[in-house]
Write a protein that binds this ligand. Structure first.
Ligand SMILES: C[S@@+](CC[C@H](N)C(=O)[O-])C[C@H]1O[C@@H](n2cnc3c(N)ncnc32)[C@H](O)[C@@H]1O
Length: 195
């Protein structure tokens, strides 16, 4: 099933995902970023726009992209951003090219990477859109080989830590796990800041 069909049906049922925690943003994320006037954010797989809204409130100019046009409409309504700022398209089919020439201070990829087939290619494309001091924040559920997960759903929404760490290292020079949330069923939500 193509991502638009899959995710339109999820969002048509009114689904939303975990919120982008304000205390995480203010205490852990922002102090790690270059302080500059008029910073610009790209949220890849922006869903219904929670991240966009929170970063707009912190003075960021914000752009988002998502496969689901249902989510994109909701994100525009929620943030007041325009149809050139929040766009719908498949990140595995070249939609990120649309942002070529932009220079993002922060790119957020929250709860998305597990659903991308060619993760390396997508991360390389994101890296090319960064400003010289820009950073990519990847938030993803992680699973570990040596743990038996009783909930089969955990593996479907997560990446395997053993494979993901070397993949990140092949794309980025600096990788820091700046936070982890411990999930039910032994999973971890990892917050990687990369540049
Ligand atoms: C679990 S949701 C997370 C949404 C949002 N980042 C959040 O944290 O609330 C996964 C999102 O990734 C988007 N997505 C998945 N595959 C995609 C693709 N190939 N191209 C663009 N967006 C995609 C979905 O449409 C969906 O909005």
């Amino acid at each position: 099933m193509d991502p638009k069909t899959r995710w339109d049906s999820v969002f048509s049922e009114g689904k939303d995902f975990t919120t982008f925690n304000d205390i995480f943003i203010d205490r852990l994320l922002l102090p790690k970023l270059d302080k500059k006037p008029n910073p610009v954010l790209l949220d890849i797989g922006c869903g219904t726009g929670d991240v966009l809204k929170k970063m707009l409130a912190r003075g960021y100019a914000a752009f988002g992209v998502d496969a689901s046009s249902v989510a994109v409409e909701a994100a525009r309504r929620r943030t007041g951003l325009s149809d050139t700022e929040v766009v719908s398209g498949d990140i595995e089919q070249g939609i990120l090219m649309r942002f070529r020439g932009e220079s993002f201070d922060l790119i957020i990829i929250k709860l998305v990477i597990a659903f991308v087939s060619d993760k390396q290619k997508m991360l390389e494309s994101a890296k090319e859109l960064l400003s010289p001091t820009g950073k990519v924040l990847i938030i993803t559920p992680l699973v570990y080989d040596n743990i038996e997960y009783s909930n089969p759903r955990t593996k479907n929404i997560a990446v395997n830590e053993k494979e993901f760490s070397p993949l990140l290292a092949s794309v980025f020079k600096h990788i820091e796990m700046i936070h982890q949330d411990f999930l039910d069923d032994n999973g971890v939500l990892g917050y990687y800041l990369c540049s």
